[in-house]
Every structure is written in C-alpha cells, then in structure tokens.
Write a protein that binds this ligand. Structure first.
Ligand code: PLP
Ligand code: COI
Length: 358
C-alpha cells in the first residue's frame, strides 16, 4: 500500500480543513535523498519525486535498527514566506544521534540544503492557517545487506515531508496521561537521549495499556527506581509551580534517559521573555500528586515538535488518579503556547537565528 501524497489537486485549494491533516499521513510530492558509502563518503543529495526506495531483505537498518531520525517543522510566516524552526539545532541532534549508533554524520550544510530544497518545492499547499505546518522528517538508515554484527558500510539519507494539523489536533484540549510503573523507555547509558528508530516501538504496548485505562499518553519514569517522572513517548514535560508573575516552570533534568527536546530548550528562553523563572528539577510521582493536591503545582504540559505545547488535564497512576489545576488548560501553558507559535510564525521577534526563511 502506498502512502497518500498531496498531489497537484491539493495545490491552491482553499484553506484545507485542519482536521483532514492527521499527523503523519498527508505526504508531499518530493523527497531529498543522499547515499553514503565507506569508499566514497557522501554522494550528492538531490530532490526527486517521492517514491519507494529499494531494499534488500538483509538490510542492516531493518534487522538491527541502525537508523536515526529527526522531526522539524516549517510554518507559514506572517509575510507569506516559509520559516523552518531551529533547523540548525535539528541538524546537530541528527549528527549526535548518528554518532551514538556508529553511523556517518550528515554534514550540517547538506541537512540545511535538503530542508531548503524540500520546503521550496513542497510548501506550496501550506496555507496561512495557524493550525497547519509542514513537518519534515529526515531519516538515516543503514542500507547495506548484511547480517553480521558490525556497523554498515552503506547508508541512505532521506528527507520527506507531510502537511499536518498537529499531533493532538490543534486545540489546546488537555490530554490525560497514564503512568507506566513497570516498563522503561530507555536505560542508563543507552539511547534514550537520541532519536533512534528503536526507541519508539517499545512504547507501543504501553500506549495500548494507557488507551485501555482511558488515557491518551504514557508517562515514563526514571528506569532505575521507577519513581521520578521523565517524559512522554514523544514529548518532554513541564510543571508549573505557582501562578501569575510568580509562576515558575520546571522540567526533569537531562538524565541521559530522556530526549533533550528543542521545544523544551526553546521554552526556557520564552519563559524568561514572559517574566517567568524556569529550571530543571526532579519530581517523584508522589511529589507530583501531593503538589497538585496542595495547589503548589498549578499546571502541567507536554512539549515537542509534533505536540507543540499541550496541556495535561488528568493523571492516572494505577488505582489513583488526580486532576491538575481545574483540569483545563492553564494560563501559563496557554501563554507559552502562544509565545512559541508567535515566534514560529514570525509574529514575534526571533530570539536569535531560530527561524530559517525559505
Ligand atoms: N522526547 C521524545 C522521546 C521525542 O521523540 C521528542 C520529539 O522529538 C521530544 C521529546 C521532543 O523533542 P523536540 O522538542 O526536539 O521535538
Ligand atoms: C516529534 O515531535 O517530532 C517527534 O518525533 C515525536 C513523535 C511524534 C515521533
């Protein structure tokens, strides 16, 4: 089955319905590819029509998971240009992920040129609709046919794109989360702090368990004690202490088992712009529940490229559950969400090289 591709019929369409653009389904017409071989290094990257890639059944990436990816977004700017959010930082994290899996690093210039070419050719159907963005998905995988256990000698880079209305649609509706008390997303010294393909499928079973408990997302705890909150399967977490001008936002520290998100990092800067303090702090599950009950924690939200800033309304932990604040989106969450989307869409000052205009 081939993926649906936004064809020319979609171009120029009057404002597409955001609800039509579920995450990761509506691909654009082109992709950028580049191969790497041990003998020759990187071959030139080029833009071509999106299509299938050939694959040997013994391909290393498929068998042993030598594959890393990124996720970044392009937004229609207030003046009609397209702006890509923190492309340089995504290029660097892509390199860090590749290094961890003993893969060749894609040079930053090649990454940025791929972004520019794909956006220039395929951002046409991206309307001036705050609910929509163009999600770029760079992927690097070991393409060598080989079943011996060693790093491959051939790799394939590919960057594809899809139009999306957001991971949780585009409304700030609070999500409910389910605490995973017995499984771990990542191990100390492992690969939790990079974006490798193998980090995601091990969370699917937990996602199903969360859904059967009536929740939308899984909260992963530290993998040693299963006691401190770390992140969600594809998003970081923030907690808001206090309110008004005395609000303070905190996120779990970089333990090595959570992904240092680029949105997470951006929110430190934006919180300061709004006059709020921010920092990294460990938080136990019991501490979270008690701080919600006492009113010390007033809000919580998830953040990431796909998720943007998404409020968390209720938490389920086995047989107990609790509400955060009044269960609705809180003012600090909403203000940070607006501050982020304003920068992403060129409606607020760029804090410094965050927007790459194409
Ligand atoms: N945590 C995980 C496990 C992720 O996959 C992502 C998404 O990339 C994030 C957090 C958020 O990171 P970013 O803000 O860079 O998208
Ligand atoms: C992202 O936010 O870009 C992610 O990669 C998370 C997930 C939806 C894969």
């Amino acid at each position: 089955m081939s993926a649906p591709v936004l064809g020319s019929a979609e171009r120029g369409a009057v404002a597409p319905e955001p609800a039509r653009y579920a995450f990761g389904e509506f691909f654009t017409e082109h992709m950028v590819t580049a191969a790497w071989t041990r003998e020759e290094g990187w071959h030139p990257a080029y833009l071509r029509p999106r299509g299938s890639l050939s694959m040997d059944p013994a391909m290393v990436g498929l068998h042993y998971g030598q594959a890393v990816f990124e996720g970044l977004k392009a937004y229609r700017q207030a003046d009609g240009a397209t702006g890509v959010f923190r492309a340089h930082d995504h290029a660097e994290r892509f390199q860090r992920s590749a290094r961890r899996l003993a893969m060749p690093e894609l040079p930053t210039d090649t990454f940025l040129r791929a972004v520019d070419e794909l956006v220039a050719s395929d951002a046409g159907p991206l309307p001036d609709d705050p609910a929509l963005s163009l999600y770029l998905r760079p992927l690097l995988y070991a393409s060598e046919p080989l079943l011996a256990l060693r790093p491959a000698h051939q790799y394939q880079f590919v960057m594809i794109a899809f139009l999306t209305g957001g991971f949780f649609a585009d409304r700030p509706d609070p999500v409910s989360v389910w605490i995973n008390r017995d499984q771990s997303r990542a191990a100390p010294g492992g690969t939790g702090d990079i974006k490798c393909a193998g980090n995601y499928a091990p969370g699917y079973l937990a996602q199903q368990r969360a859904a059967s408990a009536g929740c939308q997302q899984v909260i992963w705890l530290d993998p040693v004690e299963h006691n401190h909150v770390e992140e969600m399967g594809g998003m970081n977490l923030f907690f808001v202490h206090g309110s008004g001008s005395r609000a303070r936002i905190v996120t779990p520290p970089r333990t090595g088992t959570l992904l240092p998100g680029i949105t997470r990092d951006s929110l430190f800067t934006l919180a300061a712009r709004l006059g709020w303090r921010s920092g990294e702090e460990r938080l136990s599950v019991d501490g979270w529940r008690e701080a919600c009950r006492s009113g010390a924690i007033t809000e919580a939200f998830a953040c990431g490229t796909a998720a943007g800033v998404t409020p968390i309304g209720t938490v389920h932990d086995g047989t107990t559950s609790w509400r955060i604040g009044d269960g609705g989106p809180g003012p600090v969450t909403l203000a940070l969400r607006s501050a982020l989307t304003d920068v992403q869409r060129g409606r607020a000052a760029d804090p410094g090289g965050w927007i790459r205009r194409v």
